[in-house]
Design a protein around this ligand. Structure first.
Ligand code: 13P
Ligand code: SF4
Length: 330
């Protein structure tokens, strides 16, 4: 029985029974329940280490679309769980804490986005995956930071397009492709805070370091970068490039896999403009911890539910993204 107080909290807050090996117990429950744990690179390192699969948003959606597990535990933010549920309506999809939102998804309320779409008749609607199911339902094609450029370029150059909600990613894709997509003015509260000045100060201390940046950062930060890409692309570059030092302008959770994959390299998290806060951490991603993961597997709650009418509309642009990505080998 799901307790009322858990419903209010959005997660199960029961203490872990004394004396149990929580990691072994989580793995045991996965086996017993045929559950798969997926984690995004921004979650806590110990959550990533326990997962069956760790990836960027595109890889997580691709994995969900093909898994034969009965339960998907999405250790990430709410929109990632929604994407999984839309792709796998018959499976149980769990996100260990329903409060794990995303500032980009929040910056694009579906009703307002609908009006924006209406105000631009004849435009192809491109939405970043960091959106709610309701926003995806009024979208023609979803993109992630891994495939946004290629998907935009798959439309003829003169196609009128709108892009939401991330103004920084949209502006970056416009600059790469020479398009003039109309942009929704949304942003991620983590990536917006990286400061050019602070990165340049770090670069003075580590002159050989290469700068890695996620395209959700502001254009001025992206101009400094040696590599701009999705979390998976930044990780791949960090592990394969000959440089030994990297300044990393994205959420600091990615440093876990970078350091694991290249223990002798130096990874320096780029500081936000206000160094007194840990604001290069996504407070939403960091809500997911082992205790909540254990409890959500035990009680098979909180589940992600998507209104079937919304899901029916939202699945089309997600599948379109997956089809184009497959065709392009992404
Ligand atoms: P990726 O698709 O690059 O993993 O990005 C997800 C995200 O939320 C970035 O803030
Ligand atoms: Fe959303 Fe930003 Fe957190 Fe990514 S880092 S999940 S875009 S709030």
């Amino acid at each position: 029985m799901i307790k009322e107080k858990w419903k209010e909290l959005g997660y199960v807050n029961e203490p872990i029974p004394e004396g149990i090996d929580i990691k072994a117990e989580i793995r045991r429950m996965c086996k017993e329940k045929n559950a798969v744990i997926m984690a995004h690179y921004y979650t806590e390192g110990e959550v990533q280490d326990l997962a069956d699969f760790v990836g960027d948003s595109l890889a997580l959606a691709q994995k969900a679309a093909t898994t034969d597990a009965d339960i998907i535990v999405m250790c990430g933010v709410h929109f990632m769980g929604e994407t999984n549920k839309i792709l796998c309506p018959d499976k149980t999809v769990l996100v260990p804490d329903l409060n794990a939102s995303c500032s980009l998804a929040e910056s694009c309320p579906a009703e307002e986005f609908k009006n924006f779409v209406k105000a631009h008749p004849g435009h192809i609607v491109v939405s970043y995956v960091n959106t709610t199911a309701a926003t995806k339902a009024v979208t023609d094609v979803v993109v992630t930071s891994s495939n946004a450029r290629q998907i935009v370029e798959s439309f003829p150059k003169d196609t009128p397009m709108i892009f939401g909600p991330d103004e920084n990613l949209g502006g970056y894709i416009n600059s790469l492709t020479g398009r003039n997509m109309v942009l929704w003015h949304g942003a991620c509260h983590v990536h917006e805070r990286f400061s050019v000045e602070k990165i340049l100060e770090l670069k003075a201390d580590y002159p050989k370091a290469k700068i890695l940046a996620h395209p959700e950062c502001k254009g001025a930060v992206l101009k400094l970068a040696d590599k701009v890409g999705s979390t998976a692309a930044l990780l791949k570059f960090a592990l394969s490039d000959e440089a030994e030092e990297f300044i990393v302008a994205t959420e600091s959770g990615i440093l876990h896999e970078m350091q694991k994959g290249a223990p002798n390299k130096v990874f320096i998290p780029a500081p936000p403009n206000d160094s007194t806060c840990a604001c290069n951490e996504c407070n939403f991603m960091k809500l997911i911890n082992l205790q909540k993961l254990y409890n959500c597997l035990k009680y098979e709650w909180p589940t992600i539910e998507v209104d079937p009418k919304v899901a029916k509309k939202a699945v089309r642009p997600i599948n379109k993204m997956l089809e184009i990505s497959k065709k392009l080998g992404l």
